[in-house]
Write a new protein. Sequence first.
Length: 308
Amino acid sequence: MHDADELIAFADVMDSGSLTLSARRLGVAKSTLSRRLQQLETRLGQPLMRRQSNRLEPTEAGRVFHDYCLRLIALADKGRQALDELREEVSGELTLEVHEALARCWVAPALDAFMARHPGLQLNLHTRDRLTSEAASQSVVVWYGDPGETSLRQETMTRLPRGLYAHPDYLARHGTPAHPRDLDGHAWIDLLGEAKSGLALRHPREGVHDVCPPGSRLRVDRLLLHSDAIARGHGLGVLPVWMAELRRQAHPDQLVRCLPEWQASAAPVSLLYPHGHLPRKVTALLEFLREACPAAWTTLPAAAPVEA
């Protein structure tokens, strides 16, 4: 087992080449620093430094050991940091910003367990349908879809496959498509103009089929409104399979999956948070959100890598 003071002494003298300068930088007596180097050399059984002119130079053994020495120091620092975080109380104020598509169906119910686990924490929960530059530097963000340019670190949790859905009554009136080419003439519910430039659907054997939906008479700016409009029979629309299946479990007669073997481009779900060292309350929330991912996300079919 190496002594941390001996490792730090060796690393600093390697950098400075001078016992006097290193002793001053480390705040110890020159004799103390020299003794630490000697003790390290004794432990290793080889000389690490030799005097050349007015400077200490590493031996071959010193050059080899130096890299390992720096790694040991860095590892010890990480260990101390981890222990400090364990001592740091998860308390105070924290802001969580959540895309509206994930707020009610996942995040808000899951947070009950997090709040119960950390009674000293005050959590501000905000829902958004657009990610803005106003996202606080101390916020954690849970986002559905492409977050775009942001100064926050991005961590993709999953990619949600998406499929085509309609209400049974709509299909009874207008027919059920058997192939993407049958979509011509169907009414379309558009989300934020997503299908304006066309829609690509992928089949595991037939490849990609480009669809040009007709102009939508109803355009919405929220995913939940999108789902509601489809469930009211206004036309066809693309929904995340996970979200549509949750709705079908609660209301089996509202949605039907059309062209079930065809997938639209998958939508990422991401965690966004500041770069650098994070307070313990932030890391605790991130750890919780990773653990609280819906179990269904792990059983979803592979997302088709299609560009919409």
